[in-house]
Design a protein around this ligand. Sequence first.
Ligand code: 13P
Length: 287
Amino acid sequence: MLVSAKEMLDKAREGKYAVGQFNINNLEWTKAILLTAQECNSPVILGVSEGAGKYMTGFKTVAAMVKAMDESLGITVPVALHLDHGSYDGCYKCIKAGFTSIMFDGSHFPIEENIAKTTELVNVAHNLGLSIEAEVGSIGGEEDGVIGKGECADPDECKMIADLGVDFLAAGIGNIHGKYPENWEGLSFETLAAVNEKVGDMPLVLHGGTGIPDDMIKKAISLGVAKINVNTECQLVFQEATREYIEAGKDQQGKGFDPRKLLAPGFEAIKAKVKEKMELFGSVDKA
Ligand code: 13P
């Protein structure tokens, strides 16, 4: 059964481990992540970006697929279906489609508007039993080939947004989506410690989990991070495994690649990557 992410993240925060949010893009990714969570006896969050939602023909299709797959595979570990970096409209679409968790990314709005919209969405989400994540301090990343430095959140703004009743909070601490540049200065633990101090027991979220050294991940968990988002690393291993398969030329005697066989190595690569992350985050056997 799909559940809200609140309970699993409160438990993670308390138990000093983190639950992975792995983004899904298609059926194979979803199946690989669900099976690995079950094998690891770990709670898991399936993240869906607005772009991935569109690609999969809309949030309604995504929710139907994930619910049916969760049931058909006999998954018993807690699984949350979460909108990643949702717009205001995207949040409402996911609520209607049957998601169990949403992220409202109001970080680009002036703080007053972020507060007003977040307050409204907190009420709607909670009335329906969904969990909600908010973001303060934008998480950088690559845009048109330019890699933006991740912003550091203002701890007072974090406190303001946390007090609106969100269930978990993404605070920018120098983290960015995608690969980190050579000259990346690392996570700002000073900012994380200040945010953690202000927001009490609120589980914190670390976006841009790809490429952060293991010791920094562990330190972040010790300072209140209870949810870590990973996408690019899964993409990279999926790409590599698929490329190797194509280069090996195992086509079907002139019939072209069997799509199921073509995607199988990538599927296995994602399973291995997700397992590695669950072990690192400490969520194995925490279901
Ligand atoms: P990466 O692509 O850097 O792993 O980040 C994923 C993420 O934060 C999704 O919200």
